[in-house]
Write a protein that binds this ligand. Structure first.
Ligand SMILES: Nc1ncnc2c1ncn2[C@@H]1O[C@H](COP(=O)(O)OP(=O)(O)OP(=O)(O)O)[C@@H](O)[C@H]1O
Ligand SMILES: [Mg+2]
Length: 269
């Protein structure tokens, strides 16, 4: 199907895909601000929380921000699945910093803290711990993470911590039991959906990436896709691809309102 679409529309690459390279990302304001906040947080060795609905572009923003870090001066530890629990996270940190994770949890916690604290002084590399899907962390895990940020005896932190997750993460941090962690968070940012103008530019951007700079989606199709997706990039991608398929199936050249509407119906089933 992808090949047929590429031939039908003359695409040089498939638009609206997940594998879009960092340099080709669309710079809408929400994306740019998330990237800037993440970079600030790393520079300042702080704790940051980035939230957004499913498909809002959180992971992509992290990818973009990390890609710009000077590799020799940073050690990125990216935890994609925090359901491994605190032990799993600590083991991942220890391994990334060249250690052999200790078997006993008390020892492992201490080992994690001291490796994190030593990396900057000993190897001049700042550890950047990124926990994606952080809304899945248990309260006890969040509390352990706070202890980790606390363990430096001097005031300066020796690493940056980024918690990335769905909006429930931000609400959970407001709970009394997590107040101590919440107070440590210096950067908070919620990625919202794009507005209509941004969604239109986003669609054009992906199409241009695929080699089509001319108008391929009618204005009312774009408006319908925007409404159906609430401006969230992944939902825009899904509706745009379905619209392209519907248009191809109807033997048409331009994605019109009826193609967009059938895509919305199909995606809501
Ligand atoms: N700035 C952007 N430029 C181009 N495409 C983007 C951009 N932001 C997001 N996307 C597209 O939207 C998709 C979803 O983004 P991403 O995976 O970052 O969402 P998420 O917020 O991490 O979602 P989830 O909560 O499911 O993890 C990406 O695969 C990408 O195709
Ligand atoms: Mg994600």
């Amino acid at each position: 199907m992808i090949e047929k679409l590429q031939t039908h529309y003359g695409f040089t690459a498939m638009p609206f895909g997940r594998s879009i390279p960092v340099q080709a990302l669309h710079p809408h304001p929400g994306h740019r601000e998330a990237v800037a906040r993440i970079q600030w947080c790393v520079d300042q060795r702080q704790t940051g929380v980035i939230t957004g609905e499913v498909g809002a572009g959180k992971t992509v923003a992290v990818r973009a921000a990390l890609a710009q870090l000077e590799a020799s001066r940073h050690q990125v530890i990216y935890v994609a699945d925090p359901t491994v629990g605190m032990r799993g996270i600590q083991s991942q940190i220890v391994t990334a910093l060249g250690g052999q994770p200790a078997r006993y949890s008390g020892v492992l916690a201490h080992q994690t803290a001291s490796l994190l604290a030593g990396e900057l002084d000993e190897r001049a590399r700042l550890p950047v711990v990124v926990i994606d899907e952080a809304h899945l962390l248990a309260n006890t895990d969040l509390e352990s993470l706070r202890m980790l940020t606390n363990s430096a005896l001097d005031t300066g932190s020796h690493f940056a911590l980024l918690l990335i997750g769905q909006p429930t993460l931000r609400r959970r941090l407001k709970l009394a039991v997590l107040a101590a962690l919440d107070q440590r968070v210096s950067t908070r940012f919620a990625i919202t959906g794009m507005d209509l103008t941004e969604t239109a530019a986003y669609i054009r951007h992906h199409l241009k990436y695929a080699g089509r700079s001319d108008t391929l989606f009618s204005d009312d199709a774009v408006a319908a896709i925007h409404q159906g997706s609430r401006g969230y990039p992944r939902a825009v991608n899904n509706l745009a691809v379905s619209s392209l398929i519907a248009t191809y199936a109807a033997g048409k050249a331009i994605v019109d309102l009826s193609a967009a509407q059938s895509a919305i119906t199909e995606n809501s089933e």
